[in-house]
Design a protein. Structure first.
Length: 642
């Protein structure tokens, strides 16, 4: 029909519109699903992330508890120190930041990277300590350049302050940054990377009391990590304080008594086991371990032949030498093999089979009884007695007086010494014990080893006639409010079941050692207080140089044990001078000075007037150290004498 229009249905555009609609609907469905996922499923996590961008938790380190002496004098305390930390979440370029810090702080970049890696695995907003103990100049420089160092945080942490320098360094121990291995242990579960913990001594053994609980501040920051305000704050809890049995003044005098000699000394209250002085000489500076020790300083410690890092009082194991004759004498009396009148003819040597065992006096002592054998330290007397006793009986008595195993003083890694027996040799070397091997043991040589701590416990047990108290170093633990959390009472380690009357002849012999002519310990004599003691010289190795001299490291050790007053004992002391050669001339004077200092502190002996003629030589000179001015001369042992 003309003029009539026909409309033809086109299906293709409809398909396109339908497809686009479906696509748009699918996109919106995905968006709605994602929105639902973020708003409903992930809402809590996203809220936490948002808060973490705005809020930060800054830990505040707790101060460690103080360490005090028995009289309340502060020996170890705390002082502020600044540490550099970084917040990984705010660091845009780790390498650039660490390189800049290494340059500004004059540190090794590899060391900083190692600290960074150590802190990985924690929340990214948690600070990682990468440098400690920075100076105020370095602190000021970092603060001036803070905007150029995104992620940088400077923390104030208390560190140990050893106000008395090297005093009792081995006893206190030192702190070090917590290691990865320690962080994995249950006991350090609440610690953080960068925290300092005790590594040795009291600091280590009493860590859980001293450490305290960290606090923290929740702060608000802007998008660049800059501080805006504090939201909340939790105060740290100061650690508990440890009150030691040590007397600061006696400890100081005891250390001074050694001068530059290497060795150890332990002074102990015979009626309680409280350790009054605990010396290992030479010492070291414990504060160096909480900062950055120079390679030169570390090398000097390692190269020193006197081994300043070794705790000789706790871990040093030495042949006790003639001090062990006390044990042999008590064993012989208890077993009925000798009495105080039993005599032996000393011709300078004693032969067993094909072996000859010499006395220190090659000419011989002649006819000697027990008192003279102790006073002049006759080896032949004790060779013959030891041969009759046998090594197993000697060992049994030695163990009764605390020798041969750790005494349990409360410090880690205490050594136990060695008291040999026939069974021990069979197990150790798969060989039988020979009769001739007993003779060196009877005079404290051969396989026999003891620590200065054990020797102090032994002579204290002799002083009390059989009551051996466990030596201990801590009197009490006190919380920050002054409340006593723990208090330690005397603990009897051994109650030696010997007949009471057998102590008298031995103690009389020890009194003669110090106070009678030809006594080997005359240089320990005090003229106001009666001292009883025993010298000892323990052989290291027979070796001489091309000129006939003995190199330092091969010289004999010098020992001396003593107690005082003789009539009513209060204090015992054991002294070891490494490579000191003769107990009478090297160790006895040191013991005398320690005992004099003790009785001066008690007011029994009048302290010398400062600047007066009889003032004690703090450098450790032997002449005139223990005798008053114008007193009679003190007998000096002959060369080679114990």
């Amino acid at each position: 029909m003309k003029g009539q229009r026909y409309i033809r249905e086109v299906k293709e555009p409809r398909r396109r519109v339908l497809g686009m609609s479906i696509a748009v609907a699918a996109v919106f469905l995905v968006l709605l699903s994602r929105l639902w996922y973020l708003q409903i499923i992930e809402s809590d996590n996203l809220r936490k992330l948002s808060e973490n961008n705005r809020l930060r938790f800054v830990p505040v380190a707790a101060s460690r508890g103080a360490i005090l002496d028995r009289n309340g004098n502060v020996l170890v305390n705390n002082t502020p120190s600044f540490s550099v930390a970084v917040v990984p979440q705010d660091v845009r370029d780790k390498e650039a930041l660490l390189t800049s810090l290494a340059r500004y702080l004059a540190l090794d970049p590899e060391e900083l990277r190692a600290k960074w890696e150590k802190g990985k695995g924690r929340a990214k907003f948690y600070p990682i300590v990468i440098a400690s103990g920075i100076s105020r100049e370095q602190l000021e420089f970092l603060e001036e350049n803070r905007l150029r160092l995104p992620g940088l945080d400077v923390e104030m942490k208390p560190i140990r302050e050893y106000g008395n320098g090297q005093l009792a360094a081995h006893l206190f121990g030192y702190l070090g940054e917590i290691s990865e291995a320690e962080l994995d242990k249950e006991e350090f579960r609440s610690y953080n990377p960068g925290d300092y913990v005790g590594k040795s001594g009291i600091e280590r053994s009493w860590e859980r009391y001293l450490h305290g609980s960290d606090g923290g501040r929740q702060i608000e920051v802007d998008a660049r990590g800059r501080y805006l305000r504090t939201i909340s704050e939790t105060s740290p809890t100061i650690g508990n304080s440890i009150v030691l049995t040590i007397d600061r003044d006696l400890q100081k005098r005891a250390e001074q008594s050694f001068g530059d000699k290497a060795g150890a000394a332990v002074a102990i209250d015979v009626n309680s086991g409280e350790i009054l002085a605990f010396v290992s000489n030479p010492g070291f500076d414990p504060s160096l371990f909480t900062g950055r020790m120079s390679p030169q300083q570390w090398k000097s410690y390692l190269d020193d032949k006197r081994h300043p890092l070794e705790n000789k009082a706790l871990k040093g194991q030495y042949p006790p030498g003639s001090t062990f004759k006390i044990i042999t004498a008590l064993a012989g009396l208890q077993e009925g093999l000798i009495d105080e009148n039993t005599t032996v003819v000393c011709k300078g040597a004693h032969t067993v089979g094909k072996d000859t065992f010499k006395c220190w006096d090659k000419k011989g002592h002649g006819v000697v009884d027990l008192k003279r054998a102790l006073k002049e330290s006759c080896d032949v007397y004790f060779y013959q007695l030891g041969e009759r006793l046998g090594v197993d009986r000697i060992a049994a008595y030695a163990r009764e007086f605390g020798l041969g195993s750790p005494v349990g003083v409360g410090l880690e890694n205490e050594k136990g010494g060695l008291i040999p027996t026939t069974a021990w040799k069979e197990q150790k070397y798969n060989k039988k014990w020979f009769r001739g091997e007993t003779l060196p043991v009877s005079i404290g040589q051969g396989y026999t080893l003891a620590t200065p701590l054990q020797l102090a416990a032994m002579i204290a047990g002799v002083a009390t006639e059989g009551t051996v108290y466990r030596p201990h170093l801590v009197k009490r633990v006190v919380d920050p409010d002054g409340q006593v959390l723990r208090e330690f009472s005397p603990e009897v380690l051994k109650k030696v079941a010997l007949r009471p009357e057998i102590y008298r002849p031995v103690k009389q012999g020890l009194l003669a050692v110090v106070n009678e002519p030809r006594g080997t310990g005359g240089m320990a004599r005090l003229y106001e207080v009666k001292v009883a003691g025993k010298t000892g010289t323990s052989q290291v190795v027979k070796m001489r140089d091309s000129k006939g001299g003995v190199p330092y490291q091969y010289r004999d050790h010098a020992l001396f044990v003593a107690f005082a007053p003789y009539d009513k004992p209060e204090v015992a002391v054991a002294v070891v001078v490494e490579h000191g050669e003769h107990g009478g001339s090297a160790a006895a004077p040191i013991a005398g000075r320690i005992l004099r200092a003790y009785f001066e502190g008690k007011g029994v002996i009048k302290a010398p007037v400062k600047g007066g003629g009889d003032e004690e030589d703090e450098g450790g000179a032997e002449s005139g150290a223990v005798a008053p001015e114008n007193s009679q001369s003190v007998p000096v042992p002959e060369k080679g004498q114990p």
